[in-house]
Design a protein around this ligand. Sequence first.
Ligand code: SF4
Length: 302
Amino acid sequence: MPNKKSGYWKNTMIEVEIDKSSGFCFGVVTAIESAERELKNTDTLYCLGDIVHNSLEVERLEASGLRTIGHKEFERLKGKKVLLRAHGEPPSTYEIARRNNIMIVDATCPVVLQLQRKIHKCYEATRGDNTQVVIYGKKGHAEVNGLVGQTEGTAIVIEKIQDLEKLDFSRNICLFSQTTKSLDGFREVVAEIQRRIADNVTFEYFDTICRQVANRLPNIQAFASKHDRIYFVAGKKSSNGKMLLEECRKANPNTLFISEAKEITEPLPPGVNSVGVCGATSTPKWLMEEVAVRIRELNAGR
Ligand code: SF4
């Protein structure tokens, strides 16, 4: 039987362990709790974008009355209640809500909110001196859209080193990072800008990476390397899921990506006796537990 406290399963031969550090970060937990609280008192709560990048968790909340909408539908709504998820939104979203008499339930993560304010302050302070506000992040990602919105759309988004060609190294640069980017990637971008920036201009940078994600890297590597096989559980749209999966694979090439338990259809091959189940900050604990149960069922009697 599973030992609930340790997340550890053991039968005669197969050991299945759930990584205790995987699962929702506090920003996502808070957003889901806000949605659940609101749904107790209302039949329909709109959510602007997926509340979490996990379709099964979205479906669970939608069954209680959550309705996920995109920005186009949001613009047409009038007088409804809309939850803003942990990723945050640009100022234009709040402006539309004000115009359309929409009541906002703001579940923007406090870490993202603080970053938005920091970028806005930097933009306001430097707009007269030709400074380039730069964001290391994924173009089009909801959090990045919210950050770019703090600069009236003028911030330059850098996804990778090659994108640095977009910058003018003879002008001041102020660099921030999307909260879920990798620390190594950020350091690489900083080093390259330092190498290329002209002597007579300033380069300021702020490590704004959320440690809720960054601190998971060393842990997930250690976890992955102690098992024969890893099942990494995450939604296909989760960007921190992609990053953590990569780290898992580096530590243990026998890492399989799945989004739900039923994707496991075969018993474990001979020689695989210890299995780890882990996931992203958007992976619900109940889903990892379902995966562990599935592995155990398929290998009963081994
Ligand atoms: S990863 Fe960090 S910044 Fe992003 S929602 Fe979670 S706690 Fe907030």
